[in-house]
Structure formats: C-alpha cells, structure tokens
Design a protein around this ligand. Structure first.
Ligand SMILES: Cc1cc2nc3c(=O)[nH]c(=O)nc-3n(C[C@H](O)[C@H](O)[C@H](O)COP(=O)(O)OP(=O)(O)OC[C@H]3O[C@@H](n4cnc5c(N)ncnc54)[C@H](O)[C@@H]3O)c2cc1C
Length: 399
C-alpha cells in the first residue's frame, strides 16, 4: 500500500506517469518527484527525430501548471545520491546542498545513461543522444558537418541516420551484425531495413566494428574500422545503447539484476524490489515477465504500462495485465512498429511487401509471437488481437 510521503526518483516518463496515475486513482497525500535534469519532464522519442531535425524543440510531458494543479512537488536539478531503506530515506544533492528526504513509499524511475565509446569523453565531434542537451548539441554540429559516422544500427542509430539524412548530412552507418536491427528483429527484417538506408543513399557498412575514433588536435576526424578501412568524418554519433546508472543504490542492499538478464533494479512482476516499500519501473527496472523470466525493456509504452501497474499495486487496485508489448520507431517518413515479443531466431513470415512498406509475422513452435511492420499501421494494429491468446500461425497465414 502507498505510504506518505510518496517519493519518486526520476522525473522522466515513468515518474510523471506514476504521479499522475496515483492522483487519478485517488491518492491525495504528498508526492515528491525528484529529477536530476534542470528541465521539467520531457519526452525522449522526439530527440532523435523531430528535435534533431529542428522540427520541434523540447517536447514537455505535461504543461507547466500540471505539477501545481496535481499537487506534485516537482524538484528539478535534484539528484538522488544514496538510498537507505532501513531509515526510509534518500540523500539528494542539488543547488549546492545535500539533504535527506524521508519516504513512506519510494519508486525508482531513473532510466538509462547512454553508453559512450571508450576514451572519447569530452572529445569534440563525438556525440551520444539521451538528453535534450545531447540532441541540441548534435543538431548544432550537424548544421556544418561534411560527413557523419553513426556507430551502431539499432533503433536510435537508425533514427539518427534518417534524421541526419533529412538534414542533408551524408552518413556512414556502421553495424557489426549483418544488417541494421538484425539483433532484435533477425536478418530477414534486417534486410528490409537495409533497403531503406541504401535507397536513401546512406553508406551502410555491416559486419564491421569501429576499432578506434581518429583524432587530430583534440577533435574527431574519422573512424578506423575492424576491416582495416577508414572513414573520414567530422561528426560521430555513438548509438551503442544505454545502461541503468545505479551507483546511487550502492550500499543500499537493494538487489540489482544480473547483467545476463539485462541488469537494472531487480523486481518481481509488479515492480517490487528486494527492499520494503521500494519499487522500480521503466527503463531502469528489471521485471519478471508473465512467464517469470527477468527482463529489462527500454520502450516508451512499456514504461507507461509499468507506471499503471505500480500505481495500481500501491493503491490496492486490481493490477492491469501486462499488455501486449509495443514499440515504434520513425525512419525516412515510415512508422516502424513492433507488437508482441518477437525474437531474432523466430520464424519470420513476410505477408506484405511493396518494396518499401512491409508486414511480417513472427512465430515460434507454431504460435504467433510478434508482428513487425513499416508503414502498415492499420494492418499491424489489427493483428494485436491475435497476440492476446496463443494463436497458431497457420490460421493467420491461411486467413
Ligand atoms: C533518443 C531516444 C529516442 C527514443 N525513441 C523511442 C521510440 O521511438 N519508441 C519507443 O518506444 N521508445 C523510445 N525511446 C525510449 C523511451 O524514451 C524510454 O523507454 C522512456 O523514456 C523511459 O522512461 P523512464 O522514465 O524509464 O526513463 P527516462 O525517460 O530516461 O527518465 C529518467 C529520469 O531520471 C533522471 N535520473 C536519473 N538518475 C537520477 C537520480 N539519481 N536522481 C534523480 N533523477 C535521476 C534522469 O535524469 C531522467 O530525467 C527513445 C529513447 C531515446 C533516448
């Protein structure tokens, strides 16, 4: 049950949604929302899309008046540096001061930090993209860049490539696996994504890694690849993922999940951590899925679902079922979407392909596991119903 004061660490998507759900669910005692960033909470997906292309500025998650009206004590620029579950207190730093805040219930929603390329901290011309400042800095440098190298063709690397292409910056995209997105989605769909980048004129190098970022006079001038080649570039974007930065939990005794299971704060299936009255949600949290397997997910909708489940748990309401996982990505004017839990080694059934847009079903042991599409929003969403219960793939392919 929720105990006052309710302290939420991390004023991002998960933290804000949790506060909102608690208020909507009738909780009327103190909520303190602690955020390390100087800004009011904002949305991250636009960073690699419309913020990078200059079509949007920061996209705030809530209008400024929301926090006062909802009675949420938002403290920006306030970083939690320690948690003491036995004292039910967190230590915060901000504004040059250190103080302790006691909690009744505590929720950790601290997201991720971007992984950097070793040895490049502070190197001019090298960027990651996780925060608004990251996106603005990248956008500013893109304005005068003659060539960009994007390291890593996961979702964010692919989006950054598409956005830089829109800004007329020539891009070399480097990916060690055989195709973009083939890690999460397998080689067949990787080929469909390859097609989009190549058609756009991106210099796609697959099956090679970056050995070194080359520098001259303290700035990046290119990369040396594992096949012995070199790409000259004055803008380098490192898109090699992120990790939960949980140093503030050192010494707290709160269990951290094994790296082989995705790392993050170890939780049960409703966000409870190993400490009484402490929960975790969103990108930083490793929950048990419906089959009891620990896993950590870095998707927007997943975070929103977590926030609804933790709020229900805290309020003693019926907990909504874990819904069908959903993810989207925007590249080259196409909406990529993924429903369910497809794995890269699932069987892939391409049921629609016009050379650019496509729809594919994924199956394992004869049952539908996921649906992936590009530019096929309506058809993909219609398939959602088949992921609610075990559905033989044969019935879909025949239908
Ligand atoms: C560039 C980019 C594009 C994306 N695009 C998509 C997309 O197209 N589709 C999709 O499904 N998902 C996308 N995502 C993922 C999605 O944005 C995340 O899943 C979501 O933001 C997770 O929310 P969160 O609340 O867990 O973490 P976050 O949004 O990261 O918020 C965590 C907050 O906690 C703060 N914090 C961290 N440590 C502390 C501390 N010790 N004390 C106080 N505050 C702290 C951080 O500063 C941050 O503000 C994208 C992410 C990025 C970075």
């Amino acid at each position: 049950m929720v105990k006052s004061p309710m302290v939420i660490v991390g004023a991002g998507l998960g933290g804000v949604r949790l506060a909102e759900n608690l208020r909507n669910g009738g909780y009327d005692e103190e909520i303190i929302l602690l955020g390390a960033e100087p800004h009011p909470p904002y949305d991250r997906p636009p960073l690699s899309k419309t913020v990078l292309t200059g079509d949007d500025e920061r996209v705030d998650l809530k209008p400024a008046e929301f926090f006062d009206e909802a009675g949420v004590d938002l403290r920006t620029g306030t970083r939690v540096v320690a948690v003491d579950p036995s004292a039910h207190a967190v230590t915060v730093e901000g504004d040059g001061r250190t103080e302790q805040i006691e909690y009744g219930s505590l929720v950790l929603a601290t997201g991720l930090v971007a992984r950097t390329f070793p040895g490049t901290d502070g190197l001019v011309g090298v960027h990651v993209i996780r925060t608004f400042e990251d996106a603005v800095a990248l956008r500013a440098e893109a304005a005068s860049a003659s060539r960009a190298v994007v390291i890593g063709a996961g979702f964010i690397g692919c989006e950054v490539t598409a956005s830089l292409h829109k800004l007329d910056v020539p891009v070399t995209l480097i990916e060690p696996t055989p195709a973009p997105l083939s890690g999460p989605l397998g080689p067949r769909i990787g080929q469909m994504v390859t097609r989009l980048h190549v058609e756009a004129g991106v210099d796609l190098r697959v099956g090679v890694g970056v050995d070194e970022i080359l520098t001259e006079d303290g700035r990046a001038v290119g990369v040396a690849l594992s096949d012995g080649s070199r790409v000259d570039a004055d803008l380098i974007v490192v898109g090699i993922g992120g990790y939960p930065d949980l140093g503030y939990l050192d010494g707290s005794g709160i269990e951290i999940a094994d790296r082989s299971a995705g790392g993050g704060v170890a939780c049960d299936g409703v966000g409870r951590t190993s400490a009484a009255d402490v929960y975790a949600l969103g990108d930083c949290a490793n929950w048990h899925d419906v089959d009891g397997r620990p896993h950590r997910v870095e998707h927007w909708t997943h975070t929103v679902d977590h926030a609804a489940m933790v709020a229900a748990q805290l309020l003693g309401h019926a907990i909504p079922h874990q819904p069908v996982p959903y993810f989207w990505s925007d590249q080259y004017g196409l909406k990529f979407q993924m429903l369910g839990s497809p794995r890269s080694d699932d069987e892939v059934h391409l049921v629609d392909d016009d050379g650019r847009k496509f729809l594919a079903y994924y199956s394992r042991e004869g049952l539908l596991t996921g649906v992936v599409g590009a530019g096929r929003v309506g058809k993909l969403m219609k398939a959602r119903q088949f992921l609610l219960t075990p559905t033989p793939i044969a019935t879909l392919l025949e239908g």
